[in-house]
Design a protein. Structure first.
Length: 218
């Protein structure tokens, strides 16, 4: 009965996101945005995703690795976490970001050579630096991603590519609803606010000549 109630609570929290996806689909049609379906946690999806990105856009200046997996749902202590659940979190949050960045590294390097700059933003979390009980799989994967980002940023300087990790804070998203279904959405950051903050970081990191935006949603 408890699991049924938890699922019902999650579904209620997800309704606004479903409606937002429908609105986003209409906006994408109006603005010419491209949607690509794939699972970065699956090795076989990575290069098809990368190919569609480069073909549809003609190049790439900025890559944001935003896909995330909690691991166990509901959240579980590490002693109660299955190995497969830890592997899922690592596959999406760490290995998926690594593979997609690697697959698109050539396109990013080409953008840097052409003077447009090249940037990879990996979405991090405070769970990467704080030991929250129940967040072990997610936190470990995000901690590894943050360190990978710092090392790769040093290594990619020769190619003119920047990499940075960004923690957007607690947001009112489907992932947060899965993790904490009883959380009050009014206390959480709206995703569009976080998106604006990411854009600011992006503009700070890229050359001045590349920082003109056609438009952003406010």
């Amino acid at each position: 009965m408890l699991r049924v109630l938890e699922k019902r609570s999650v579904l209620l929290r997800l309704q606004p996101f479903i409606q937002q996806l429908q609105r986003d689909g209409r906006i994408a049609d109006e603005t010419g945005a491209h949607g690509i379906v794939g699972d970065v946690g699956k090795k076989e999806d990575i290069y098809p995703i990368a190919l569609q990105v480069t073909v549809s856009l003609g190049g790439l200046d900025v890559l944001i690795n935003n896909a995330s997996s909690l691991g166990p749902v509901p959240l579980a202590l590490l002693a109660d976490t299955e190995c497969e659940e830890l592997e899922k979190a690592l596959a999406v949050n760490l290995v998926g970001a690594f593979r997609l960045t690697k697959a698109l590294f050539g396109a990013l390097a080409a953008s840097a050579r052409e003077g447009r700059g090249a940037l990879v933003i990996n979405i991090s979390s405070d769970a990467a630096v704080n030991a929250y009980p129940g967040w072990g799989a997610y936190g470990a994967s995000k901690a590894a991603l943050a360190h990978l980002t710092a090392i790769w940023d040093e290594e990619a300087k020769a190619d003119g590519i920047r990499l940075l990790a960004f923690d957007p804070g607690d947001m009112d998203t489907p992932l947060h609803a899965l993790a904490l279904p009883d959380a009050d959405p009014s206390t959480l950051k709206h995703p569009e606010v976080a998106a604006a903050e990411i854009i600011e970081r992006m503009l700070d990191a890229l050359p001045v000549s590349t920082t003109t935006l056609a438009g952003t949603r406010g």
